[in-house]
Design a protein around this ligand. Structure first.
Ligand SMILES: NC(=O)c1ccc[n+]([C@@H]2O[C@H](COP(=O)([O-])OP(=O)(O)OC[C@H]3O[C@@H](n4cnc5c(N)ncnc54)[C@H](O)[C@@H]3O)[C@@H](O)[C@H]2O)c1
Length: 311
């Protein structure tokens, strides 16, 4: 099948595109190489894909209707990964997050309806939950986002649900939980901590380090996304690896893996950050057969192997 991956030059999208090609699919990527982080890193992410005959790159913006209409032509399914990611970015520049994540998602849905594409996988986020009522989160947990980013992902989910109902599309919405692994976005804590640890520089933690995250390895996320493409029904699915680690523990693990002498220092809390995340992934297990495999220590060691040569 030919599959359109929006945001396919990014962290998750590039891993997914590589895997789709390996599995014998044709892949089109639509990505505008947004400069939120280095476009050169994104070029590097898709270097391998570009060598494949079954790969096509379209450099363009999901906010441009015509671009999306052209990109969707001839594909059997879409995985919509393109977004302005990042909670902090959305606090600093909510307009951009809203325009990319809401207008962009609407364009993808409208173009899919016009092209009669019936399967779309939407990259959502654990940020839709926001205020924690209980942990682990199941998909029935109330959604009360506390950042503009979370709001845009929740709006995207609602739009997907409505399009599914109106036009008979199947749109699984994947609530990814803190994804990490090779090529991780440079703005994420794991990348920052490793780079500092490798130079024996101070590691800065926002808050007192007690916030926890459910870290999920990118290979498991790719697996879950492929399963959703194959079997997912319209509705949300938590994709969280069940590796709940506090930010302080994360820094300690990274210091240990790198043999670093870095000191950990604590600074002010960041607005928009949730306190804890932990996923109940039973629905993805039962309906998709998803089984996250990577344990955090091994995943961090894999990341270290990758990042070592890229200082
Ligand atoms: N990484 C995580 O921990 C995480 C967690 C939850 C949800 N998500 C979601 O997963 C998806 C992928 O995230 P990622 O971490 O790989 O981020 P990323 O920033 O590495 O990838 C996003 C890609 O989208 C592209 N893009 C941005 N704006 C665009 C636009 N207007 N038009 C076309 N392309 C555009 C970027 O250039 C980038 O290559 C996003 O939707 C993100 O919100 C990620």
């Amino acid at each position: 099948m030919k599959i359109l991956v929006t945001g396919g030059a990014g962290f998750i999208g590039s891993h997914l595109s590589e895997r789709l090609l390996q599995d014998g699919h044709s892949v089109k990527v639509l990505d505008n190489f947004d400069n939120y982080y280095s476009p050169e890193l994104k070029q590097e992410n898709i270097r391998k894909c570009l060598e494949n005959f079954n790969f096509e790159l379209i450099t363009g913006d999901v906010r441009n209707k015509e671009t999306v209409q052209n990109a969707i032509e001839g594909v059997g399914a879409v995985v919509h990964e393109a977004a302005q990611a990042g909670v902090r970015a959305s606090v600093e520049d909510p307009e951009k997050t809203v325009s990319v994540n809401i207008d962009g998602t609407l364009n993808v849905l409208v173009a899919a309806r016009e092209a009669r594409v019936k399967k779309i996988v939407f990259a959502s986020s654990s940020s839709v939950y926001g205020k924690t009522k209980y942990l682990p989160y199941d998909e029935k947990h109330p959604t009360e986002p506390i950042s503009p980013y979370g709001v845009t992902k929740l709006a995207g989910e609602h739009m997907c649900r409505v399009f599914s109902g109106l036009y008979g599309m199947e749109i699984p919405m994947l609530r990814y939980f803190t994804v990490y692994g090779p090529r991780v976005r440079p703005d994420l804590a794991i990348n920052k901590f490793f780079r500092r640890a490798m130079k024996n520089e101070k590691i800065e933690i926002y808050g007192d380090g007690s916030k926890t995250r459910d870290f999920t390895y990118v290979g498991d996320i790719v697996e879950g996304t492929l399963l959703a493409l194959e079997k997912g029904k319209t509705g949300p699915y938590n994709l969280g690896g069940g590796n709940r680690v506090s930010v302080k523990e994360l820094a300690e693990k990274i210091i240990q893996i790198t043999g670093s002498s870095s000191e950990v220092v604590y600074t002010e809390n960041q607005a928009g950050d949730v306190i804890d995340t932990l996923s109940n992934a039973s629905k993805a297990r039962e309906e998709l057969g998803w089984e996250p495999k990577m344990k955090i220590d091994e995943g961090l060691r894999n990341y270290y192997e990758w990042v070592k040569g890229r200082e």
